[in-house]
Structures are given as C-alpha cells and as structure tokens.
Design a protein around this ligand. Structure first.
Ligand code: NAD
Ligand code: UDP
Length: 314
C-alpha cells in the first residue's frame, strides 16, 4: 500500500484524483488530501471522508508541512483566471513557495513528486499546436502573469531540485480540463456557459469567440496523471496532457445551448488582456511515454455529464 499526498486535493481535479487513488492499488492507497479551501471545498471530498484510508488536512502550502509519504501530487493553486487574479501575490506565493515546500519535503523523505503545470507555460502561443519543446510567449507583467510566471518558476524549481538534489520529479502540463465538481462561481468558460444556459441567461462570449481551446474531460486527465507518476525515474517530462481536438469558444457556446436545450442568447463582452488566441496540445510524447494514453471522452459526452452534474447541484 502506498501513502500519497495530494495538495489541492479538495479542488476540482484533486478530488477526482483522490477518489481514483483510493480505488487503485491492492486494497487501495492511503491518501492525505491537503487543502486551504480557497477554491476547493469539503463538499468535493465529503463522500471520501468515511474511508479509513483517506485523511483531510487543512493547510496552506506556503507554510511547511511534514508527512511520511511515498508520492506527492502538487496541485495546490487556483486555476481559474477569476480566482488566480483575485489575489495575484498570493497566487505567486502558492506556486513558488508551495513548490519549494513540497520539493523540500520530497527531498527529505525521498518521495516522488509530480507537478500539475499548465498550458499557460506557452502563454499566447506563436507555435500551433504546442509541443513540450516550445518555450512559450508569456507576458511577465500582465494580469495573467501571477499564474503563468508562478507556474513557470515552479517548473524551474522542480528541474533544479532534480538536477541539484536528485529529487525524483515528474512535470505534466495540463490543458483546459472540465467536468463535475467545477465550482459554479469558478468563472471558467465551461462552467459559466452551462450555468448561464441552464438559467436561461445570456451566454457571455469574451471577444468575437474565434479564440480556441482544446477541452479535456477530467477522467482522461486523472488517467494520464497516474500513468505519469508510474513511469521510470529517468522520465521526468514535461509532458502535455490534454485533448487535441480544438474548438472555438463560439462553437463551444453553440454546443452547450444545443445540449441544454436552452433559449439563451449569445452576447459578446470585451476580451480580457493577454487572453491566448489559440491553444491545442501536441500529445505525441504522452502517447508514447504513457503507453498509448490518449483522451477517450469526446467533448459532447463530457459536456452531457457535466451538464447533468450542474443540474443536480443548482
Ligand atoms: P481548483 O481551484 O478547483 O483546485 C485548486 C485547489 O488548490 C483548491 O482546492 C484550492 O483550495 C487549493 N489551494 C489553492 N491555494 C492553496 C494553498 N496556498 N494551499 C493549499 N491549497 C491551496 O483548480 P483545478 O482546476 O482543480 O486545478 C488543480 C491544479 O491543476 C492547479 O495547480 C492548476 O494550476 C492545474 N491546472 C488545471 C487546469 C484546468 O483546466 N483545470 C489546467 C492547467 C493546470
Ligand atoms: N471565456 C468566455 N466567456 C466566459 C468565460 C471565458 O468567452 O464566460 C473565454 C475566455 O476569454 C478564454 C476562453 O473562454 O478565451 C477560456 O477561458 P477560461 O477562463 O475557461 O480558461 P483559460 O483562458 O485559462 O484557458
């Protein structure tokens, strides 16, 4: 039985990961879910609290934390632009000091540690689709920089702890992921559009809606994370984990209107600064290094599952 620490474990992705880790292994794993509940919630893991192999710890990753574990998944960090821009200084601290604290822990207890990095490493990309070798096009002092540069610095720290101290690291770059347990007030495009469509309110497209994203259902991501953690120690990434099927934001709005049967109208609001114009992962590396991993849940199916979830909580 492995002991596994998941920081940000009460968040959207973290809660799905904890659930899967408890099921995996022979007789399951011991999982410590660490969270400060900034954007996560106890409700996301309420169904796991009865499991004697699950522990929920209120803690902020900007402070040191000690535990004896075999593996660490470092997810703690707000991910939605609305939330990470709410207190940008704290966002930088969470990414950078959180990485230092968790890497220090991994070093001391000789644990393997995986960083939930992001496609935002590529900023507003000039290369399309984005392979891991692309260095990105990132504004270092704009409103998205607290997240983008915080995550870039975290990757630097992971690589330096690996080179300098031999820490066993794994870096994945997650592309837009959606599914049940996104917070209704999260501000990200899929949760916004579904909630607006279900309420019959206007669907708010920022800009002309021709910007693109590639949306991955959360179960596909969790499978990729677990496969990445299980790779040999000499494979550290970074590896893109995302769904390479690309849609414009306008196409997404139309799909959500169709699947909800909503009467909502589309309206256009101004585009936030530095909003990337296009984003699609090159997942060739993931396919080979993660033994044929690839997304299995198409957008239409994932949207229906997510719409059912929001119907059940609203
Ligand atoms: P989320 O906001 O639902 O989850 C983040 C979790 O981290 C929350 O539970 C929050 O309370 C917790 N947290 C935040 N600051 C913390 C701190 N200082 N100490 C302890 N806990 C803290 O977001 P998510 O979508 O589940 O994202 C999880 C991770 O995946 C993040 O690191 C994010 O950057 C990364 N990621 C997500 C996406 C995506 O599309 N969802 C894309 C790229 C990367
Ligand atoms: N977006 C939108 N309407 C919304 C929320 C977001 O048009 O109500 C757009 C946003 O400008 C961006 C895309 O949808 O171009 C994805 O936004 P999200 O915040 O989900 O993720 P990110 O920009 O970090 O990829």
């Amino acid at each position: 039985m492995k002991r596994i620490l998941v920081t940000g474990g009460a968040g959207f992705i973290g809660s799905h990961l904890c659930e899967r880790l408890l099921k995996d292994g022979h007789g399951g794993n011991d999982v410590i879910c660490l969270d400060n509940f900034f954007t996560g919630s106890k409700n996301n893991v309420l169904h796991l609290l009865h499991n004697k192999h699950f522990e929920l710890v209120r803690h902020d990753v900007t402070e040191r934390y000690m535990a004896e574990v075999d593996e660490i998944y470092n997810l703690a960090c707000p991910a939605s632009p609305v939330h990470y821009q709410y207190n940008p200084i704290k966002t930088v601290k969470t990414s950078v000091m959180g990485a230092i604290n968790m890497l220090g822990l991994a070093k001391r207890i000789k644990a393997k540690i995986l960083q939930a990095s992001t496609s935002e490493i590529y900023g507003d990309p000039t290369l399309h689709p984005q392979p891991e070798s692309y260095w990105g096009n990132v504004n270092c002092n704009g409103i998205r920089s607290c997240y983008d540069e915080g995550k870039r610095c975290a990757e630097t720290l992971f690589m330096d702890y690996h080179r300098q101290n031999g820490v066993r690291i794994k870096i994945i770059r997650i592309f837009n992921t959606y599914g049940p347990r996104m917070q209704p007030n999260d501000g990200r495009v899929i949760s916004n559009f579904i909630i607006q469509a279900l309420a019959g309110n206007d669907i708010t497209i920022y800009g002309d809606g021709r910007q693109t994203r590639s949306f991955q259902y959360v179960d596909d991501l969790v499978e990729g994370m677990i496969r990445m953690m299980a790779t040999p120690d000499d494979f550290i990434g970074p590896v893109n984990i995302g769904n390479p099927v690309e849609f414009t934001i306008l196409e997404l709005a139309e799909k959500i209107i169709e699947h909800t049967g909503s009467q909502s109208k589309i309206i256009h609001l101004s585009l936030p600064a530095d909003d990337p114009k296009q984003r699609r992962p090159d997942i060739s590396l993931a396919r080979t290094a993660l033994h044929g991993w690839q997304p299995t849940i198409p957008l239409n199916e994932g949207l229906c599952r997510t719409i059912d979830y929001f119907k059940s909580i609203l």
